[in-house]
Unconditional design. Structure first.
Length: 309
């Protein structure tokens, strides 16, 4: 069985070595020197070039090196009916939980303004409401979003979540669908996006959404760059309606050198590191899913492609 790996070149050899150790019975190839692609039955990929997967005539399964599968579905020539397995697991949940709680607390305690005040030696004493009065809202209550919402609620925030289907999560006020969206936004002071990128969530963080948030709200986007309408965010920050934003994901990654987010005083840019998969923990999860797939066992991370995420 041949497996081809498509990952960033910088960490390519690391991934190949690690996957070879985890799957010693399989032939692991790197995408830059893949040999005859007709032999390849498993493609383990992050952002494969459009049209590339279709050249593998005997492909049996595609594995996303990531929780999201948008980077695969975006391929207009994606071969039909090939199952897709995504990558989830405790390691990814824990990392996202760290990132989200860190930045929610940062916005709650207004650290960006206090940090800026230090530049001018200003003694900026901000009196804030306690966390049980601060509405935090998580868009997307899946593997990552539900975990973050639970953690924020356990910390003491007035936590809500929004999803496509109805949910019940202890300590979290759950909203769903279009009907619940406005009410969810109206009670949210710090908004976290952990949605998958689909046609219905593309551009969801736009001027209408920002207008529906209370004055002085903050946003954290660790879903996908395409969820954000960049110009609308800048306008909402510049008008003072939004207080600050933390952005981990962008339309183009790395973020272009001349993008206004880099210098915006109310924006923190993090380089898609909220929950980065590494070959150690991620490799174990991917290898486990491949073993289960090859043994014909159920794979919990198998995606229902018809849902689009
Ligand atoms: P899941 O598929 O487990 O959960 C997705 C959630 O979004 C579900 O609750 C789903 O609702 C909800 N949802 C989907 N479409 C809609 C919609 N149209 N309206 C309302 N809710 C919707 O995904 P994960 O939690 O594993 O990951 C979420 C995303 O996080 C990934 O797709 C990826 O884009 C991003 N990510 C970012 C990382 C980073 O480092 N920045 C790392 C990992 C992931 P329902 O429950 O009803 O199906
Ligand atoms: C993912 C990501 O989807 O890292 O896992 O963005």
């Amino acid at each position: 069985m041949s497996i081809v790996l498509k990952v960033g070149e910088a960490r390519g050899q690391w991934w190949v070595d690690h996957m070879k150790a985890l799957l010693p019975d399989q032939e692991i190839r790197f995408f830059l020197d893949p040999g005859n692609l007709d032999d390849v039955e498993i493609a383990v990929v992050w952002k494969p070039e459009p049209g590339w997967l279709k050249t593998m005539k005997n492909l049996k399964v595609i594995v996303s090196i990531g929780a999201g599968i948008d980077h695969i579905l975006v391929d207009p020539e994606l071969p039909k009916d090939i199952p897709i397995i995504r990558t989830t697991g405790d390691d990814l949940r824990v990392r996202m939980r760290e990132y989200v709680t860190l930045h929610v607390l940062r916005h709650h305690r207004r650290i960006p303004e206090i940090y800026a005040a230090q530049e001018t030696r200003e003694w900026l004493q901000i009196i804030e409401p306690p966390m049980y009065e601060r509405g935090v809202g998580v868009m997307g209550l899946g593997n990552l979003g539900a975990d973050c919402a639970r953690a924020l609620s356990a910390l003491g925030f007035k936590t809500a979540g929004w999803s496509r289907s109805a949910k019940s999560i202890e300590g979290v006020e759950c909203f769903h669908g279009e009907d619940g969206f406005k009410a969810f936004l109206a009670r949210t002071n710090i908004l976290v996006c952990l949605l998958p990128l689909t046609p219905s969530t593309h551009g969801i963080m736009n001027k209408d959404l920002f207008a529906a948030l209370p004055e002085n709200s903050c946003v954290i986007n660790s879903g996908r760059g395409e969820h954000m309408v960049d110009d609308d965010l800048i306008a909402a920050l510049d008008s003072g309606h939004l207080r600050a934003a933390t952005l981990d994901v962008f339309h183009q990654e790395p973020l272009q050198n001349d993008h206004p987010f880099w210098d915006h005083p109310k924006v923190l840019v993090t380089p898609h590191v909220a929950s980065l998969i590494d070959p150690v923990a991620g490799g174990e999860i991917i290898a486990g899913n491949i073993r289960r797939f090859l043994a014909g066992e159920p794979v919990p991370d198998m995606v229902d492609v018809s849902r689009g995420y």
